[in-house]
Design a protein around this ligand. Structure first.
Ligand SMILES: Cc1cc2nc3c(=O)[nH]c(=O)nc-3n(C[C@H](O)[C@H](O)[C@H](O)COP(=O)(O)OP(=O)(O)OC[C@H]3O[C@@H](n4cnc5c(N)ncnc54)[C@H](O)[C@@H]3O)c2cc1C
Length: 422
């Protein structure tokens, strides 16, 4: 494919505006979809061999392994607009969590999603916890902008130690990849709402089914893999191998660290990394558990058995366990795999010698630190340029929904800026 590119080639076809998109992650794909919808065509340049950027799924010995535990929330407004959920055969977690304390567990169940289960579980929950939920509900419906951290918000609201330490810190620490909950309170509240009103789901073919489903909707887009863009200019890009290609406009849809090199005036926000361990266990040892497990005190922030939600994640006769280590201190420990195995065995009450490691992943830049709003919050055009547009976590919050919103907005802005009369 690289042979198609020669220095200075213009990638225009007939009278249609042609846009170059840098990056085949969700934001680049969403931009392409919008450009096509408005009558343009697209060439995506992607430096790796893979579609979907940070959303990737490996198949190994019959297991589906997402690169880091991720879920697709049905409440994401942008997902609803795309109308692709049916094609992915989504299956949902029970909405809530099993919270692991040192010597006991308790269940949190979302009353808006499972009212009767919630009532049945009510004896399991202390009065203090109920009060905490009422306090959290009052935050969700408040319209006052929150200009401090999530941790500060929970302190202001006097959330009890148990709810904060064993539920909110590991649960939302897993969402932000920040166990201290230094992320903005505003974003916490938005997620709380999304989790309350939607379901966390897994697609039948793993999380990479999401970018594939968007790609399947594209008709006038081609993707060139192994093409690293080194420089971006007015309507054109320079590749690492020296080729230059141009279209009518360029959309930069890369991750935060890559932005620093490509976009003047941007800088690297601290990256949050994550480690995810996948273990297998012979079936029959783990009780059916379609919940997310969360807790504190060991390396694991959250754990789940993906095939208890979506059976395609494990071959017959096996369970797959996904265990996520968010804490930066724990991520650096030498004997981490062993300690994670012990943590899994204790949370699931299973012998540790039945666990075998399938694979582990270290994702250096999983998310940017969400202490502040995105670097160029809601901007859509690169400063000083007429035909260079921006998408991704530099302009919208780092999430599936944020990536889709940013791509749609950049695609629209780019096309409207260059559209020629037919
Ligand atoms: C472990 C993990 C868990 C997550 N969990 C969730 C979750 O549960 N829910 C949720 O909503 N979000 C979650 N996210 C976040 C979500 O996956 C991302 O916000 C989203 O996928 C980002 O999409 P993007 O297109 O903006 O960036 P990316 O996916 O990073 O795509 C950018 C693309 O640009 C390419 N690129 C970079 N530089 C260049 C260059 N110079 N030339 C050419 N190509 C280049 C990259 O190779 C990449 O393919 C999670 C992320 C991770 C890693």
């Amino acid at each position: 494919m690289a042979n198609e590119l020669r220095w200075g080639i213009k990638l225009k076809s007939s009278n249609k505006p042609h846009i170059i998109v840098v990056g085949a992650g969700l934001s680049g794909l969403a931009a392409s979809l919008e450009i096509e919808r408005l009558g343009g065509s697209v060439t995506i340049l992607e430096r790796t061999e893979s579609l979907g950027g940070r959303i990737k799924t490996d198949r190994l010995n019959g297991f589906l392994l997402d690169h880091g535990f991720q879920v697709l929330l049905t409440s994401y407004p942008e997902l609803k607009q795309l109308k692709i959920s049916d094609s992915m055969n989504l299956k949902a977690f029970l909405s809530g969590a099993i919270c692991h304390r040192k010597h006991s567990t308790y269940r949190v169940i979302n009353p808006l999603r499972h009212f009767f289960r919630f009532l049945k579980n009510s004896h399991n929950i202390s009065f203090e916890t109920y009060l905490d939920f009422l306090k959290l509900a009052s935050i969700i419906y408040s319209k006052v902008p929150l200009k401090y951290s999530t941790d500060k918000l929970l302190k202001k609201k006097n959330i009890s130690f148990d709810t904060k330490h064993y539920f909110l810190e590991p649960f939302f620490g897993g969402v932000f990849l920040d166990t201290q909950l230094d992320a903005r309170a505003q974003i916490f509240v938005e997620y709380l709402r999304l989790f309350l009103y939607g379901f966390a789901t897994l697609p039948e073919q793993g999380m990479q089914a999401l970018p594939r489903a968007i790609y399947n909707k594209l008709k006038n887009t081609r993707i060139l893999f192994h093409q690293e863009v080194k420089e971006v200019g007015e309507g054109s890009v320079l590749l690492a191998d020296g080729d230059q290609i141009s279209g009518d406009a360029v959309i930069v849809a890369v991750d935060n660290p890559a932005y620093k090199a490509l976009v003047k005036g941007s800088w690297a926000i601290e990256s949050k990394s994550v480690r995810c361990f996948y273990f297998s266990a012979p079936k029959g040892h783990i009780k059916n558990s379609p919940f997310l497990h969360v807790g504190n005190g060991g390396p694991i922030s959250n754990l789940c058995i993906p095939n208890h939600i979506q059976p395609s994640y494990a071959p017959k006769g096996f369970d797959l366990i996904s265990a996520t280590v968010v804490s930066q201190d724990w991520q650096e420990k030498n004997d981490l795999q062993k300690v994670v195995g012990e943590n899994v065995s204790s949370w699931l009450s299973i012998p540790k010698d039945i666990l075998s490691l399938v694979k582990s992943y270290y994702i250096k830049h999983a998310l940017p630190f969400q202490k502040t709003p995105p670097m160029l919050d809601n901007e859509v055009k690169m400063k000083g340029f007429e035909t260079v547009f921006l998408a991704g976590e530099i302009v919208q919050p780092p999430s599936i929904n944020g990536a889709l919103v940013s791509g749609r907005k950049a695609g629209k802005a780019a096309l409207l800026a260059v559209k020629r009369p037919l």
